[in-house]
Design a protein around this ligand. Structure first.
Ligand SMILES: [Zn+2]
Length: 254
């Protein structure tokens, strides 16, 4: 299987620790000076220090993004495929190796919000090694697009990075052919129907790009499936005959 190797796969060698700015306001003036000095020292020494666990901050060894305790707590899912259903497109089969909680959630968030793009190597290794038979043996990898405003702000699209790493591991081509259009609305706080409505028509195949005949949508996290379904609709209307989806983690019950 190679599953155990993949689960232990950790290719991260260094990352920055969060600066705990929240504690600043509670300190005395001399405490603040000491805090600033300590922060500077930490910054200078960070490359020399062993990296900490992305989930809990404990020592994680030289090459692992998670400590052994957080690794043990990962919610591995079976190779069961879930069906994403919504109006306007055939259901699509989706799969993810991990439940979106604990260490998996920490890694997904570190990738997205802390720019830890090297984590896509670990994520891709786990997806590639544990994917159900047939899930990654044909087709082209299509990253779920970010809205241009968000992409500019973040500097990268995490799904695109993940698809790139997955392409390297599987030999599959990456077809970055989708784009988001329309006003940017946050997904948070919306229920599933609202998300579906908001996304209808908000994803399309880029001008000049073509939709692969067989597409494997790639995203970091699968929650309601609304985004995947919107992507699938766009791909199918542009000629894709088969669309499936993979993600690094998915919310339970999905
Ligand atoms: Zn940990």
């Amino acid at each position: 299987m190679g599953g155990a190797d993949a689960r232990g796969a950790g290719l991260v060698t260094a990352h920055e620790h969060d600066c705990d700015t929240r504690t600043l306001s509670r300190r005395s003036p001399s405490g603040i000076v000491l805090w600033v000095v300590a922060a500077l020292v930490r910054k200078v020494l960070a490359p020399l220090a062993p990296p900490g666990c992305f989930a809990c901050g404990a020592s994680a060894g030289a090459a692992a993004p998670l400590c052994s305790s957080c690794r043990d707590g990962l919610g591995w899912l079976s190779d069961e495929v879930v069906e994403l259903e919504g109006p306007g497109a055939p259901a699509i089969e989706a799969w993810a190796p991990l439940a979106y909680r604990g260490g998996a959630r920490a890694l997904a968030r570190a990738l997205k919000f802390r720019g830890a793009v090297e984590l896509t190597e670990t994520m891709a290794a786990q997806i590639a090694a544990l994917a159900p038979p047939g899930a990654l043996d044909r087709g082209e990898l299509v990253p779920v697009p970010l809205h241009p405003t968000r992409r500019r702000r973040r500097g990268f699209n995490q799904a695109e990075r993940l698809a790139g790493s997955l392409g390297t591991r599987t030999g599959l081509t990456v077809a970055d052919c989708l784009e988001r259009t329309g006003p940017r609305g946050t997904q948070m706080g919306r229920d599933r129907d609202e998300r579906l409505a908001a996304l209808a028509g908000a994803v399309r195949v880029r001008r000049g790009a073509s939709a692969p005949r067989e597409a494997i949508l790639v995203d970091d996290v699968l929650t309601t499936g609304a985004t995947m379904l919107a992507c699938s609709r766009a791909l199918r209307s542009a000629g894709s005959e088969r669309v499936v989806a993979v993600a690094y983690a998915r919310t339970p019950g999905r």
